[in-house]
Design a protein. Sequence first.
Length: 148
Amino acid sequence: MDQNDIDIRYMRMALAEAGKAFAEDEVPIGAVVVCGDTVVGRGHNMTESLTDVTAHAEMQAITAAASTLGGKYLTDCTLYVTVEPCLMCAGAIGWSQIKRVVYGAPDSKRGYTTYVNSSPFHPKAVVSAGVLCDECSALVRDFFQKKR
């Protein structure tokens, strides 16, 4: 299995998390943290249910991964998230020292690339964008169309 196949496999898991958010009437963004070939953290947006603006999918997945691994640094981990992280989440990703970030759809309104000229992640972190972009975008688009 090549890296692209692996990325698609884990992004589908992140999409499943996003589906949970959609079912809970949350903005449908999901994330998984993978260490080696093991999922060590999962999360989806819970900002409405927890009445907490910081309860983004990435934050939930990072917290779960740190708890699973017993430490705050996730240096051997990859984060898969369905939508480009916001600036807050990008900061947390940087602080956690995640080595690789893979996201699906860009976020031209709130994504970290809208606000920064250089990467907010760990200097050695690698970013891959556009994995299952159409599926990730469609879920968010469908959610907001349903709201209108």
